[in-house]
Design a protein around this ligand. Structure first.
Ligand code: C2E
Ligand code: MG
Ligand code: MG
Ligand code: MG
Length: 279
């Protein structure tokens, strides 16, 4: 950014950069407001068991409907939330709402867990076990119905502090999934470091399954590896039937993706669940 060669470039470039900065600080302002004013809500994306083609779990995905900016993607606002510390409040909101909603579908007779994405910042505070266990007590949700999704890169940080929090929560019966598997600094060591129950194969691999033999072989290998280690596999980002068929043949356990269902509101999730039971 400092390599501005001529005067013209500088004049053309700077306002754009300033615009970006201004937009960013306005977003941060609005995000502060969002948490306090209930602009955040959850969508749920089902996971389908491939052999039974039934819904066997649901992932909570946070949404922000901003008064000023419209619907903002978590890919945009989660990094801002991490940068500003707002992630603590957002993370607690997501966890609590997900537990409340899971409790609700259990009461309606749908016996399936909820998965919640964690952010690195939530682990770095050291407060995660305390927060999670307090929310489980408050919502009266049994720990086995909560799965926490963490990414490989989150495991790269302060190992001791992270492992001890994960192990505290595991001992209580909470499950862990490794999200976006294959995209981080893939260090197979962490697969043995703690007892993750689930491995989610990143969509970038899944999408190329039918067109690239290299990706096909990679996914095949990941599934074999996961099975050997006793992990359940979930393929992310399944958008067409052909890929779903290949995953079935490779003995992948579950799949998620637009082909099966987009992330939806709780009420729409209930419609999906009803359809499934009816058919
Ligand atoms: P993720 O946890 O890997 O979630 C999967 C993302 O892929 C979601 O995007 C989902 O809508 C999208 N997706 C699902 N199926 C398909 C498909 O078939 N095709 C395509 N192209 N996309 C698909 P979303 O909801 O925008 O979330 C993006 C990321 O933001 C998530 O990736 C996760 O890392 C983060 N995120 C979302 N909600 C939360 C949250 O509550 N807390 C934290 N810390 N991060 C969150
Ligand atoms: Mg996830
Ligand atoms: Mg993912
Ligand atoms: Mg992701």
């Amino acid at each position: 950014r400092s390599k501005v060669s001529g005067r013209n470039t500088a004049i053309l470039y700077q306002p754009e950069w300033q615009d970006e900065q201004r937009k960013k600080s306005e977003l941060i302002q609005a995000l502060r407001f969002a948490v306090q004013n209930n602009e955040l809500f959850l969508h749920y994306q089902p996971k389908y068991h491939l052999a039974k083609l039934s819904i066997n779990g649901v992932e909570a995905l946070v949404r922000w409907q901003s008064k000023d900016f419209g619907l903002v993607s978590p890919a945009t606002f989660i990094p801002l939330a991490e940068e500003t510390g707002l992630i603590d409040d957002i993370g607690l909101f997501v966890l609590k709402q997900a537990c409340i909603d899971c409790k609700d579908w259990l009461a309606k007779g749908y016996d399936m867990p909820v998965s919640v994405n964690l952010s690195a910042a939530q682990l770095s505070s050291g407060m995660l076990p305390e927060h999670v266990l307090a929310i489980l007590t408050e919502t009266q949700l049994a720990p086995r119905y909560l799965e926490l999704e963490i990414t490989e890169s989150m495991l790269m940080q302060d190992q001791k502090a992270i492992d001890s929090q994960i192990s505290t929560l595991s001992k209580q019966g909470i499950n862990f999934a490794i999200d976006d598997f294959g995209t981080g600094y893939s260090n197979l060591h962490y697969l043995s470091r703690f007892q993750a129950a689930t491995l989610k194969i990143d969509q970038s691999f899944v999408k190329k399954l039918s067109t690239s033999s290299q990706h096909y072989n990679l996914v095949k290998g990941i599934i074999v590896l996961a099975k050997t280690l006793g992990l359940t596999t979930v393929a992310e980002g399944v958008e067409d039937q052909n890929i779903l068929n290949i995953l079935s043949r490779l003995d992948c356990d579950s799949a998620q993706g637009f082909l099966l269902s987009k992330p939806v509101q709780l009420s729409a999730l209930y419609s999906l669940l009803q359809e499934k039971t009816a058919s």
